[in-house]
Design a protein around this ligand. Structure first.
Ligand SMILES: Nc1ncnc2c1ncn2[C@@H]1O[C@H](COP(=O)(O)OP(=O)(O)OP(=O)(O)O)[C@@H](O)[C@H]1O
Ligand SMILES: O=C(CO)[C@H](O)[C@H](O)COP(=O)(O)O
Length: 395
């Protein structure tokens, strides 16, 4: 199956033998940990090194989706909002799934597979099955990182299908846990400050995954029962869902090239004010094509309004169609409110910066960029609130 976050930049293994990766990584973390206060070995044999991520602790974001749904692309958009490039841990395992930037560390939950590829085959379970994953360790380590403690996280090697020696993860300002199950285990779910679900389940046989790849389609079919049982139900817990659907602008469309994308935003989430179009709480339908936005067939249609999702109050912003000219996106941006931008046109600037990323001409790229800005805003508000009431923040 596809690789979670493909990495390729390290020549470390040619310098340090494989068996020494672990010690070297721990020593690296100890050196880099700017406020190391203690080191001990708790249960399950992973070393923890106490660091302080920031005065406000680590903010934890969960991003759930099946393999190949665009999590890595989304993460590149998110880390770009915070500035700086995201890279694999320096001098580490070249097959690490982790991405680190100045502010964020993105870890892939595939690293908590308890069964390797052979083990899953022998037991007849997929990677989506909770039996193939170690939720106790996931919980322990996310909790440790959230409270400023570095951990030795295992690595699932997508190239070999084996579980590799652990890598040290220091507590970042923002920890993103991305993968199949960030909201599956209630204990892990409760650690999340914000959660997102990428829902392309209605679209997966179409443009996103490619019709031509029969083996991928067969694999998707084989995984479907477990996807329905263990992955899909997590969307009910998400604070924001990006849902990809077929267009309704082309009658009986079966090409799947034009997408209708919905950004479903839960109401009442602390530090998260849903984006709105024209008038908050109203129901709006808007076709922006005309003098200020170039649109070719089948055009673009935005809708916005209140709704319910799994019995919860939400606001939904929808974009059907695709942009012809990204520089004209500023016209759309100027009609959206609560975007959490720092300056006029920031959404357009981000979209233009990554015009070559998949989804930049439709609602997937637009809504991922907007969610990235909302996460930055949430992070800043959380930091500010904790600075105001440090006692409460520690509770
Ligand atoms: N918004 C999008 N629209 C169309 N294609 C996309 C979009 N996002 C990603 N893709 C394509 O889907 C494939 C998987 O993308 P990506 O690596 O970001 O997903 P992923 O969920 O991280 O995958 P994996 O779990 O396999 O690592 C790539 O070929 C990418 O170009
Ligand atoms: O669902 C997945 C998450 O990305 C992968 O299929 C799972 O991690 C197993 O990986 P591989 O197929 O490389 O053994």
């Amino acid at each position: 199956m596809a690789i979670c976050t493909p990495l390729n930049s390290s020549t470390y293994s040619s310098i340090i033998p494989q068996q020494n990766h672990h010690d070297a990584a721990v020593s690296f973390a100890r050196r880099a940990c700017w406020r190391a206060t203690s080191s001990h070995r708790p249960r399950r044999g992973f070393t923890v090194i106490t660091c302080a991520s920031s005065d406000a602790g680590t903010v934890v974001i969960g991003l759930a989706a099946d393999s190949g749904c665009g999590k890595s692309t989304f993460m590149r958009r998110l880390t770009s909002v915070f500035g700086g490039a995201a890279e694999p841990p320096k001098g580490g395992n070249p097959d690490s799934n982790t991405l680190i930037s100045d502010t964020t560390t993105v870890i892939c939950l595939d690293d908590y597979h308890s069964l390797d590829r052979t083990g899953r085959k022998e037991k007849g379970v997929t990677a989506l099955d909770p039996k193939a994953n170690d939720f106790d360790l996931m919980y322990d380590q996310v909790k440790a990182l959230k409270s400023g403690v570095a951990v030795e996280k295992p690595i699932y090697n997508h190239v070999t299908g084996l579980l590799d020696p652990a890598e040290v993860i220091k507590p970042p300002k923002i920890l993103v846990i991305e993968g199949l199950h960030p909201m599956f285990d209630e204990r892990v779910r409760k650690l999340l400050d914000f959660s997102i679900y990428l829902d392309i389940s209605n679209e997966r046989d179409m443009a996103e995954r490619g019709h031509s790849l029969e083996s991928i389609k067969a694999s998707i079919e084989a995984r479907k029962p477990d996807f329905d049982a263990y992955i899909d139900p997590q969307k009910q817990y998400a604070d924001a869902v990006i849902e990809v659907l077929p267009t309704t602008l082309i009658p009986d469309d079966n090409e799947g090239k034009v997408l209708r994308v919905r950004l479903i935003m839960k109401e009442g989430v602390k530090f998260f004010n849903p984006v709105y179009l024209f008038d908050e709480g109203s129901t709006i339908s808007w076709i922006p094509c005309g003098r200020k936005l170039t649109c070719s067939y089948p055009g673009i249609k935005f809708t916005y309004g209140p709704d319910t999702y799994f019995g919860q109050e939400v606001s939904v912003l929808e974009m059907d169609g695709q942009f012809d000219r990204l520089d004209e996106l500023i016209y759309v941006e100027s009609h959206l409110s609560n975007l959490s931008t720092k300056f006029y046109g920031e959404v357009t600037q981000q979209m233009l910066k990554h015009a070559d990323f998949p989804g930049s001409n439709n609602g997937t790229g637009l809504f991922q960029t907007i969610v990235g800005l909302k996460i930055r805003d949430l992070f800043e508000q959380l930091v500010a609130s904790k600075a105001k009431s440090p006692v409460e923040a520690k509770a």
